[in-house]
Design a protein around this ligand. Structure first.
Ligand SMILES: [Ca+2]
Ligand SMILES: [Ca+2]
Ligand SMILES: [Ca+2]
Ligand SMILES: [Ca+2]
Length: 352
């Protein structure tokens, strides 16, 4: 077993990394883990989002443990596979108008996209979860090609290496939901707090999130809620795609700003119908059985919007998170509005 081997070898960092990759059934709980993490933290330099390697560390450190509900019973759900979290180019192309159809014939490896934004006082990390289909059972619901929902995680830079997670704002269709850890400092501002944010009991740093089957609304995980699906754990490497019936899987973290990646393709009309909205049509079985199939209905993070949150504009959850959190929350510490690293803005100014 990899965890036992790493501990006996005394490879501390490797042990932490491996343990955080393992599903709970494999990662038995050696008490040494917490003390190892504490002992190494004060000796490490503070991270800077301007450095690519540090962005990876930050994104991995706070990457959600994700409970993805899976419905295996619907005609358009592909034996549950339409609920798998996957990469936008799972079919080997960047044409979003063939994703509904291609989901039936390609593997769906776990991938979650991220972006890191930094001010002097905070880090803001967006995690975006893509699905090839948003599908439905009910005539009162709609279906559409592609789906993209996610979460903003806000971290106070308190002088420690990774800082402290203070809040998460999740995307559930056209509504955002606010969650704070039970021992957190942030409280309700102009928007209410919708619940407690659980942190993964093994790492004590990762938020635990969940998405419903079919429509994939994303919220904080509740331990008392019924669950039938796949628990995804973050990884820095590609893992095997899950199979129908699997209970756990890994997802690979991929930066939205990778060369040749999603952000660089924001002007590609095969991928995006208009700013921030994935191209999607009514082909294939979308809308079969009298269910409405809507076009261009999934949005990248810079297209996410809560339609009744006052002055917070479309996309700001990713591109200007200070605007969002200072309205949504009452925050005891000073919040810098000056971005020391914000690739959404830098890219816009340089018109790449
Ligand atoms: Ca495609
Ligand atoms: Ca299509
Ligand atoms: Ca959806
Ligand atoms: Ca809004």
């Amino acid at each position: 077993m990899p965890g036992a081997h790493a501990q006996s070898a005394g490879a501390r960092i490797l042990a932490i990394a491996l343990v955080s990759l393992l599903p709970p059934s494999v990662a038995a709980a050696p008490p040494v883990r917490a003390s190892v993490a504490k002992a190494t933290t004060p000796l490490e330099p503070v991270l800077s989002a301007s450095l690519a390697a540090d962005r990876v560390l930050l994104a991995y450190h706070f990457a959600p443990v994700h409970y993805q509900a899976v419905d295996r019973h619907g005609k358009n759900g592909l034996d549950g596979r339409a609920d798998y979290v996957t990469r936008i180019d799972f079919d080997g192309d960047w044409d979003a108008r063939n994703d509904w159809e291609n989901a039936a014939r390609f593997a769906l490896p776990g991938v979650v996209y991220h972006s890191v934004v930094e001010t002097k006082s905070h880090w803001f990390i967006v995690y975006a979860f893509f699905h090839p289909r948003d599908w439905a059972h009910s005539l009162f619901d709609t279906e559409h090609e592609n789906d993209s929902e996610g979460v903003l995680v806000a971290i106070r830079r308190d002088g420690s290496r990774f800082g402290t997670l203070e809040a998460a704002v999740t995307v559930a269709h056209t509504d955002f939901y606010s969650f704070v850890p039970s021992i957190g400092r942030w409280s309700a501002g102009e928007e209410s707090i919708d619940g407690a944010l659980s942190l993964d009991s093994r790492t004590r740093q990762r938020p635990v999130t969940t998405q419903e089957a079919r429509g994939h609304a994303l919220k904080a995980w509740r331990a008392d809620a019924p669950f039938d699906g796949i628990v995804y754990f973050p990884s820095l490497a590609a893992g095997a795609p899950p199979k129908p019936g699997d209970r756990s899987a890994t997802y690979e973290l991929v930066d939205l700003f990778d060369a040749g990646g999603v952000w660089q393709r924001k002007g590609d009309t095969k991928l995006f119908a208009k700013g921030g909205s994935f191209a999607g049509d009514r082909g294939g079985s979308c809308g079969d059985g009298g269910i409405l199939c809507t076009e261009n209905a999934a949005h990248a993070p810079w297209g996410w919007d809560d339609d009744d949150d006052g002055d917070v504009r479309r996309g700001e959850i990713a591109t200007d998170p200070v605007s969002l959190v200072t309205r949504y929350f009452r925050i005891p510490e000073a919040v810098s509005a000056e971005y020391s690293y914000n690739p959404f803005r830098a890219a816009r100014f340089s018109r790449r």
